[in-house]
Design a protein around this ligand. Structure first.
Ligand code: GDP
Length: 300
């Protein structure tokens, strides 16, 4: 199994096994289901909400059979996932004209560089003129790593000196984007959460420059989270969300976890849409995330 199927399979297999042993709806049924959801990283709050909603709906619909009960579970998962959002579209916000700027934030190792590399390739394939901006000047090798992706994708890149001012790199990037009519700017940023205040100030400064040069920019601020880190990913997300106007999540390494329930927890606890999921290290291992498809896939 590959990618999303694998991530779903751990969670889905647990659910399906649980339902296969179904006898009748009683208190034990709900308690066992709650344990299962927690073990799959659905998160405490979402588990509680889901369980409450199921109790009510099972009663309302007089659901008795295994089929009835699975249908109610599917229905409620999709419903709760969607209700947790702010009616935002899951697609990317694009500039009506001029360059669209997408900033990527997240801790080191989450998969920012890889996601940018994948996304640049997809935009290029769509006929867009793409510019990468290597504004993580802090981590040794970050710029080189992004340059490798630029080369591989056949797109351009703006870089600065190591330990140089990332805001200066951003400024160079926007200037070049405007002069040479780029369609898409993908901005990599530093992810050293050990120095939180500095990092947040740095991100704010970059944003200010972007907005000054291109009024609606950044059009998206995507927070990249490693799904294999479970609750940790959620805590990081809360930190970033407090100080940066994050517009969406890219959930990486879903191919490496059997606890795909994190998708539901993120939406519910952060009120941010998961826009993309990373399903591997290769260029085409990035997918637009479709919540209903994800939930239905659990029960296959
Ligand atoms: P950054 O520090 O946030 O820029 O993270 P990187 O892009 O360097 O990614 C860290 C590691 O995770 C690298 O080894 C990537 O190949 C790997 N990686 C990134 N995204 C995915 C993914 O979706 N699936 C898997 N399996 N590995 C990934």
């Amino acid at each position: 199994e590959k990618g999303l199927a694998k991530s779903r399979s751990g969670f889905g297999a647990r659910l399906n096994k649980f339902l296969a042993n179904f006898r009748h709806v009683d208190e034990d049924f709900f308690e066992d289901l709650e344990d299962l959801l927690i073990e799959s990283d659905v998160g405490f709050e979402m588990t509680q909400q889901l369980s409450d909603a199921l109790r009510e709906e099972v009663k309302l619909q007089n659901a008795k059979t295994k089929q009835d009960v699975s249908n109610v579970i599917i229905e409620k998962m999709v419903e709760l996932y969607e209700a947790a959002g702010q009616d935002e579209q899951t697609g990317l916000q694009m500039a009506p004209e001029g360059p669209t700027v997408i900033m990527f934030v997240g801790v080191n190792g989450a998969g920012k560089t890889t996601t940018i590399g994948k996304m640049a390739a997809a935009f290029k394939q769509d006929g867009k003129k793409v510019l990468l901006v290597a504004a993580d000047t802090f981590r040794a090798g970050a710029t080189e790593q992004l340059a490798v992706w630029a080369e591989r994708d056949g797109v351009d890149i703006v870089t600065g000196p190591e330990k140089g001012d990332p805001a200066a790199v951003v400024f160079d990037g926007v200037k070049r984007a405007k002069e040479a009519n780029y369609d898409i700017l993908l901005v990599d940023t530093a992810g050293r959460l050990q120095n939180k205040v500095n990092l947040m100030n740095e991100l704010a400064k970059m944003k200010k420059i972007l907005t000054r040069e291109i009024p609606a920019a950044p059009h998206e601020v995507l927070l990249v989270l490693d799904s294999t880190t479970g609750q940790n990913a959620l805590n990081q997300a809360k930190l970033f969300k407090e100080s940066t106007a994050v517009t969406g999540i890219v959930l990486t390494k879903l191919d490496g976890t059997a606890r795909g329930g994190i998708v539901l927890a993120i939406r519910n606890e952060l009120h941010l849409p998961v826009k993309y999921v990373g399903l591997g290290e290769k260029v085409d291992d990035l997918q637009v995330f479709d919540p209903a498809e994800f939930v239905y896939g659990l029960f296959k």
